[in-house]
Design a protein around this ligand. Sequence first.
Ligand code: NCD
Length: 304
Amino acid sequence: MRSLIDILDLSVQEIEELISVSEDIIANPEKYREKCRYKKLATLFFEPSTRTRLSFEAAMMELGGNVLGFSDANSSSSSKGESVSDTVTVVSGYADIIAMRHPKEGAPLVASMKSSVPIINAGDGGHNHPTQTLADLLTIKREKGTLENLTIGFCGDLKFGRTVHSLIAAMSRYKGIKFVLISPEELKLPSYVKETYIKNKGIEYEQTTSLDDAMDKLDVLYMTRVQKERFFNEEDYLRLKDSYILTPEKLVPAKEDLIILHPLPRVNEISTAVDNDKRAAYFRQARNAKYIRMALILKLLEVD
Ligand code: NCD
């Protein structure tokens, strides 16, 4: 039995297979409608979510399965003081697979040690978010035709942005990748991520506070929200929240075939005036998330 806690739990080959299953699901959805009949997915969300939880639930429903769970820690027994490990021991007796989001880094890993069914990390604190990365990879592949030879700019909250950490780890395994890390000083990429996935792998990178300076080099621009819920004080959040706002004017020097990604939710960091630009791929990215979560559920449940 396998869980997905970290994106590197999957090999490059396995990610390629998930991408190609997703593409087949997109082309032939009817083939998959009964694949998970009588199977149950539990979504244990100890932190808010729209896309991640609903796309997991939609994914299981489109595979013919059922879903159960909670979307608010306050409506679960964790509000009575139950440990994650007890919750998971119990729920793994009710469901065939569990997707879990938790504000504490490492909680899904602990859960996977207790669970008798596969655990999927649907975001753990400011640490990792491997299934968002799968959606990102599928989107890059569909939009650019390749995962190699790309210059990828990450912009915004690189410190607390778990989607950034997982996507950097994933992209560090492909050829010809360059990273441009764009953030305010206070929200720089954590040094463990930089050391492990960039420096130790000899990957070319630049670090800057200026989105304008980086714009013309990028093949992919990954915008992120400043992660309000991880700040210790309101003042710092207010000062940093609007550090970068992508507008049509800012995109003037950008490549014609740039793609703009964002895991969403967006607050102010992308002006809605950018939404009609063909390079804005973030809503397509959100759609892709459902398909690759379907492929992942099939894989972890070992359904053909
Ligand atoms: C992201 C997350 O939860 O980390 N959202 C998502 O899953 N699509 C990004 C964010 O909340 O800013």
